[in-house]
Write a protein that binds this ligand. Structure first.
Ligand SMILES: [Zn+2]
Ligand SMILES: [Zn+2]
Length: 275
């Protein structure tokens, strides 16, 4: 059985939206657990990160992991102060951000998010060993014999980093938050996603909604699917669901997307994909 797995802990964009109308797809904001053999990578630290943290602590053992942030908009980082392993001294993390330089740096941004009057405790409350790493999207951030993590700048206000994880001949591209419809950049994203087994993409808006949301930095499943098809990607996955799109709306969107390309999936909280 494959030891390359993806598990969704948060699939929602912009704002958490718990409640009966969203309980099948989930209401937590972005957090995706990626396991490559014994290696743990975490994509984004939205509200889904809290439950992942509790599960990791429950599992026991020493955690040594990479937390790869697309960017620091609240929906992608608000789970960080509630990530239990950060409060335990035996664990080690590398936290990465590729969109902040040269104007900002990750550690002071985290410090600002966790400071009065916005938050009661500071990052000095974290007891784990945390290495805050700034890089420039486009760089390869991890490369060893089995595993490569490459990055690309996405089209989003303030920038965001797209990640491609290649492990033993299989690959996933995580491309959220991205507006697109800029020819050169779309081409670069196609090249970046070439032949990926799974493309997880920002499908916040419907075609009916997107014209009113120009400049907000999000996309539609149609744009994402065009990219995935051009890249020859195997499976396309809807992600960063709008809080307004309840389970019934998501069922309808997924049905539309599936009729355009059979095999398309939508990210659902708690689901595990084996690559
Ligand atoms: Zn977002
Ligand atoms: Zn954003």
């Amino acid at each position: 059985m494959s030891d390359f797995t993806i598990r969704f802990w948060g699939v929602r964009g912009s704002l958490p939206c718990p409640g009966p109308a969203t309980k099948r797809y989930g209401g937590n904001t972005p957090c995706v657990e990626v396991r490559c053999g014994g290696r743990l990578l975490i994509l984004d630290g939205g509200t889904g990160l809290r439950e992942l943290g509790d599960a990791l602590v429950q599992d026991g053992g020493i955690i040594d992991a990479d937390l790869l942030l697309t960017h620091c908009h609240y929906d992608h980082v608000i789970g960080i102060p509630f990530f239990a392993p950060f409060f335990l001294p035996q664990h080690r993390f590398r936290m990465w951000a590729g969109n902040l330089l040269p104007d900002f740096q990750l550690k002071p941004v985290m410090q600002a998010m966790m400071s009065e009057p916005l938050f009661p405790i500071g990052i000095d409350s974290f007891k784990a060993h945390i290495d805050y790493r700034d890089f420039r999207a486009g760089e390869t951030v991890i490369q060893d014999s089995d595993l490569t993590v490459r990055t690309i700048m996405l089209d989003h206000p303030g920038g965001a980093t797209g990640y491609r994880i290649d492990y033993r001949g299989r690959s996933v591209a995580y491309l959220t938050d991205n507006e697109g419809r800029r020819e050169d950049h779309d081409k670069a994203l196609v090249a970046f996603s070439k032949g990926a087994d799974l493309v997880i993409y920002d499908t916040t808006y419907t075609e009916a909604e997107i014209d009113e949301k120009k400049g907000w930095g999000h996309s539609t499943w149609q744009d994402g699917m065009r990219l995935a098809v051009a890249a020859g990607a195997k499976t396309f996955c809807l992600f960063h669901h709008a809080p307004e799109h309840d389970d019934a709306a998501m069922d309808a969107l997924l049905a539309e997307a599936r009729s355009a390309r059979p095999g398309t999936i939508a990210a659902i909280e708690g689901e595990i994909i084996r690559l």
